[in-house]
Design a protein around this ligand. Structure first.
Ligand code: C2G
Length: 133
């Protein structure tokens, strides 16, 4: 199956790896995992701050992972339909923080929300390190 997922994937952590691993292994398959990585500009629009690592670094990091087969830049929410069609997605996977938000794409592919890994996020890492320094 072709699995498409989206995210910023800044300061890569275990929560990111867990969701990518579950995409790869979903339905006991050896799926093709295609990741739409938020561009720096799109990340700023979502979170009012730029990612710590720029989009070229984040693309290179994600491409080097064994659970990831392809990456592309996600430039806006509005282009999701275009991206899903272009990549012939069978499944759109997102973490449960996005529960229900992408149900409108059920006519293009299956939409699945997976539980987030508890107690870790990029924001949390930045805040913790800021408090130490
Ligand atoms: N994630 C997770 N567990 C965590 C942290 C993140 O499962 N502890 C998942 C998120 O739910 C998401 C993916 O990892 O599916 C990437 O997380 P982010 O980089 O925070 O992605 P985000 O900025 O929410 O971008 O169009 C959708 C967006 O581009 C999603």
């Amino acid at each position: 199956m072709k699995i498409v997922t989206f995210g910023t994937f800044d300061l890569l952590h275990i929560g990111h790896i867990n969701i990518l691993e579950r995409c790869k292994k979903m339905n006991n398959g050896d799926n093709t995992v295609i990741v739409g990585i938020s561009s720096d500009k799109f990340s700023y629009e979502k979170k009012s701050r730029y990612p710590y690592f720029n989009e070229n670094s984040r693309i290179k990091i994600l491409k080097s992972l064994k659970f990831v087969d392809e990456v592309f830049l996600e430039e806006s929410f509005d282009k999701k339909e275009e991206y899903l069609k272009k990549h012939n997605a069978d499944v759109l996977v997102m973490g449960s923080d996005w529960e229900g938000k992408f149900d409108m794409y059920n006519n293009i592919c299956k939409v699945v929300y997976l539980p987030r890994t508890p107690d870790i996020s990029t924001t949390n890492i930045i805040e913790t390190i800021n408090n130490i320094m």
